[in-house]
Design a protein. Structure first.
Length: 561
């Protein structure tokens, strides 16, 4: 184990695996899998499962497969398969050549089903879906047996073939396991294992018109792939008996076991594919990778690093009881990473023109600026200065209270890396009264930001030279929902969409060193926050930056007002 792994808190699944290894229950082999259904993009909840499954394999010198759980022909698409591959890779994990599809096992699964029929442990039921539901019973009442439950093996084999060959219509019959209609566990009341769906499949095309159900497919896929620990979320706890039943009643190449952990719930967002699909389809966001989405591709475009997401997954740990994590925890993992690693730069989002009257008309000079205040190894860059610069509009107040430490008439401030300036005059638009320009004077003796006479100023402002700055679009993102738990209970999460979750500024100016930036480069814009060069829309001639995060967590303060 390397040093940084030791700091990771332990969890109950690690303990189970260590014991299995010690007691020689798994032939010294750890093999996990991450099994997404390709019916949407991966989200931060999936990251928890990816980090857990791939992490366990890494830690115990084992393997982790990527398996597309694609048994549902109607909802699955190749676009999703491609995005899932990309996201898992981006997160930093490698499944090497072990990429599998449940649909590749359709032949084998069919044979397993035939085997169950031959053993008298599965039957073709001709009840309608409605009747099957009625017969199932409830938590307090046992179910009733279907009148078709005692069909002969031969009749079942023939009917199952009819299903497979398309001679029966959707809903006319299903294949069910013959277990126990009185079981207190509803999952054991003769669960459906195959149904007819006359829909083409994204990989097998029209070859099949019957499709195996999740519970049947999952355990057998695990067994086929020699998975040792099949880790899933808590809602499958009650399905474990069925998982074991299939494995115990069929000749499988290996004996996997299922373990359940609590899924991730995160405040101020939704983590259900169904709800995320709605946001995309109804155009509440610009797509799956909209920077406000909790999808991995959205977080990436927002400026999240894979390292920060992995760090977050380590911190929240893995438990057996439901957890709701504050989104601030995720943001703090990222803030720590960016604070350490993002180079600094200056950008003015809402520019206010400042003319430095005593600076030569055509003069300009380059000032030295550190790329990171605590990391000299990150180097420095030159920032050009000239007579006309821009500062942030809210860094000036005409009638400033005493505690306002920025610029005001007659007050002196420091321009970061440059000079002290004093405001002499405020120029307004004659008609609107809007402040359009400040006339200032600078003190040439304060070059670099310090006065030789030792006089102090309270404020330091960021700025960009008019002649050198690059006009940019800056997109200020905020949380997508205004409620901590949007749509919990009866509510519709969309009633809590934050109307101010994005603000687009088109007149921002950034310092010229950002000309060489590339899509996905991240920066701290001094005093403003962390920003990323947009992955999709980046153009060095017309830069687009997304705000990833503010410097501090300001949300708490705002929402308490
Ligand atoms: P959703 O509820 O968003 O539809 P899902 O469980 O249907 O998710 P799958 O594609 O089946 O999505 O998930 C793949 C794996 O990721 C599964 O093992 C699942 O348990 C796990 N997973 C999904 N959501 C979460 C979550 N919020 N926290 C932890 N693991 C999750
Ligand atoms: Mg699922």
């Amino acid at each position: 184990m390397s040093e940084n792994e030791i700091s990771v808190p332990s969890n109950f699944i690690r303990k189970i695996i260590s014991e299995d290894l010690q007691q020689n229950r798994i032939e010294g082999r750890v093999h996990t899998r991450f099994p997404p259904e390709p019916n949407g993009y991966l989200h931060i909840g999936h990251a928890k499962s990816i980090c857990l499954n791939f992490g366990l394999a890494q830690e115990f010198g084992g393997l982790c497969n990527l398996r597309f759980d694609d048994t549902n022909p109607e909802k699955e698409e190749t676009e999703y398969v491609e995005s899932i591959r990309q996201d898992v890779r981006w997160l930093g994990f490698d499944w090497e050549d072990r990429e599998y599809f449940a649909s590749d096992y359709f032949d084998q699964l069919y044979q397993y089903a035939v085997d169950l029929i031959k053993q008298g442990k599965a039957y073709v039921d001709s009840l309608s879906a409605e009747e099957i539901r009625e017969y199932r019973g409830t938590l307090t009442e046992p179910g009733r047996e279907s009148p078709w439950r005692d069909r002969s093996v031969d009749e079942n084999l023939a009917l199952f073939e009819d299903m497979r060959d398309g001679r029966l219509e959707e809903g006319q019959s299903v294949l069910r396991a013959k277990i126990d209609m009185a079981s207190p566990n509803i999952n054991m009341r003769d669960p459906i294992i195959y149904r007819i769906r006359k829909a083409p499949h994204h990989r097998s095309g029209d070859r099949w018109c019957i499709y195996p159900m999740y519970d049947f497919t999952h355990c057998l896929s695990d067994a086929i792939e020699h998975i040792t620990h099949s880790v899933c979320t808590l809602e499958f706890e009650d399905h474990r008996a069925l998982y074991d039943w299939f494995i115990d009643n069929l000749e499988t190449p290996s004996r996997p076991r299922q373990y359940e952990f609590a899924r991730l719930n995160l405040s101020y967002t939704v983590l259900s594919k169904r709800k995320l699909i709605e946001l995309v389809k109804e155009a509440h966001v610009s797509g799956w990778d909209d920077p406000r989405m909790p999808t991995l591709s959205g977080l990436r475009r927002r400026g999240f690093t894979a390292a920060a997401i992995r760090d977050f997954c380590d911190r929240i740990g893995v438990t057996k009881s439901d957890t709701r994590i504050d989104i601030g925890v995720l943001e703090n993992s990222l803030r720590e990473d960016l604070d350490k690693n993002a180079p600094r730069a200056m950008a003015v989002l809402r520019p206010l023109k400042v003319v430095i009257e005593n600076y030569p008309e055509d003069g300009e000079e380059e000032l030295e600026a550190a790329n990171h205040p605590q990391k000299p190894e990150m180097g420095s860059r030159k920032v050009p200065f000239s007579r006309v610069i821009y500062i942030e509009q809210d860094d000036f107040m005409e009638e400033a209270p005493k505690k306002f430490f920025r610029l005001a008439p007659g007050r002196e401030v420091r321009l970061r890396y440059a000079y002290f300036i004093t405001c002499q005059e405020v120029i307004k638009d004659e008609e609107t009264g809007e402040i359009v320009e400040l006339r200032c004077r600078y003190d040439p003796a304060t070059r670099g930001g310090n006065a030789p006479d030792g006089r102090k100023v309270k404020g330091t402002l960021h700025w960009v030279s008019e002649r050198h700055g690059i006009k940019s679009e800056v997109r200020l993102y905020d949380r997508l929902f205004t409620a901590a738990h949007p749509g919990q209970g009866d509510g519709d999460s969309k009633d809590f969409l934050n109307p101010a979750s994005v603000e687009i500024l088109r007149d921002a100016l950034v310092e010229p060193s950002l000309k060489t930036a590339q899509a996905e480069d991240r920066f701290q814009f001094e005093r403003l926050g962390y920003f990323v060069a947009d992955k999709n829309d980046w153009d060095p001639l017309r830069p687009v930056f997304n705000r990833t995060l503010t410097l501090r967590d300001t949300w708490g303060k705002v929402s308490k007002k």
